[in-house]
Design a protein around this ligand. Structure first.
Ligand code: UTP
Length: 296
């Protein structure tokens, strides 16, 4: 690695309309998944892959997120006085986790616009973008592999996952060519939310990207695309077709467990799956789930 250390950028400024009214006064990234907000899993993932500097792009309900990663002296004092060290450790853990910074996206003009807001903080570092509502199970690490590919290939790296053709219209989709590695592909074209019949493959972009600072110049002139939003996929398409002077775009095909907590059904599945795998909740939850499943 001959570049500056990676930073992480976590966009969390979307409106979260699929989760209204829960997201009227709270970002969807703060919805609890078992007993932690979704965004804490994402910050933990960045830290686990060796990134220490995390920038969160926040929207109108920014205080919720800022408070979560700040210390809460009065709560900590109460827990300390009660001798409740377990809960104290949980409270302190989220404030000590990483060097967390915030920047505001004044208006939710799209994911590409949110990423461009990171320019001042990221500067000329390479960086990982992790969507704040997209959880990758820690037992199936993905980001570490993506950072390695960025280092080896000197190119933009995105995460891809095979999806059912019926759902392909909800994603950015990649046309790809094989490489010398099984789960790594060269991306030749990207299309944002295509119709099923126009999709170039069944490989959808999921919420992890490793980018060089050259993407900011492209985002500066990226026009609003699908849905009138400035799309990160459109900027990546420019990189894939040789723009930006970089080494193109590669995709790491992910075959592990992923939970899109911005979607209500996936959110419920994430809670059930993660809780049933946990030592403290699983032994009671699993038999109950079996009984419940027998009644439906
Ligand atoms: P989504 O499209 O899933 O978010 O954006 P949304 O628009 O909030 O969702 P719905 O459809 O209304 O329910 C993907 C990610 O990009 C962030 C979101 O917070 C989410 O993490 N995002 C999106 C921004 O930060 N800013 C934007 O302008 C748009």
């Amino acid at each position: 690695m001959s570049h500056k250390p990676f930073k992480a950028v976590i966009p969390a400024a979307g409106l979260g309309t699929r989760f209204l009214p829960a997201t009227k006064a709270m970002p969807k990234e703060m919805l609890p998944v078992v007993d932690k907000p979704a965004i804490q899993y994402v910050v933990e993932e960045a830290v686990q892959s060796g990134i220490e500097d995390v920038l969160i792009i926040v929207g109108r309900n920014k205080n919720n997120i800022a408070n979560h990663f700040d210390s809460v002296p009065e709560l900590e004092e109460k827990l300390r006085a009660k001798g409740d060290h377990d809960k104290l450790a949980k409270v302190e853990y989220s404030s000590d986790l990483a060097d967390v910074h915030m920047v505001r996206q004044g208006e939710p003009k799209g994911l590409g616009h949110a990423v461009l807001r990171a320019r001042g903080h990221v500067g000329d570092h390479p960086f990982a973008v992790l969507l704040g509502d997209d959880l990758i199970d820690e037992r199936d690490p993905l980001l570490t592999k993506m950072l390695e590919e960025y280092d080896q290939r000197g190119a933009t790296v995105i995460a891809l996952m095979e999806v059912d053709p019926e759902h392909i219209h909800m994603y950015g989709v990649a046309a790809v060519e094989p490489t010398d590695e099984d789960d790594v592909v060269k991306v030749t074209q990207l299309v944002e939310k295509p119709k099923k019949e126009d999709a170039p493959s069944n490989l959808a972009i999921i919420g992890r990207y490793v980018l060089g600072p050259d993407v900011f110049d492209i985002l500066e002139h990226t026009e609003p695309g699908k849905g009138g939003e400035i799309q990160l996929t459109d900027a990546l398409q420019e990189l894939a077709s040789g723009g930006g002077g970089g080494g193109g775009v590669y995709g790491v095909v992910f075959r592990g467990r992923r939970y899109d907590t911005g979607d209500r059904l996936d959110y419920i599945k994430a809670i059930v799956q993660l809780a049933s795998d946990r030592d403290d909740l699983g032994p009671q939850l699993r038999p109950w789930l079996k009984d419940f499943a027998a009644t439906i």
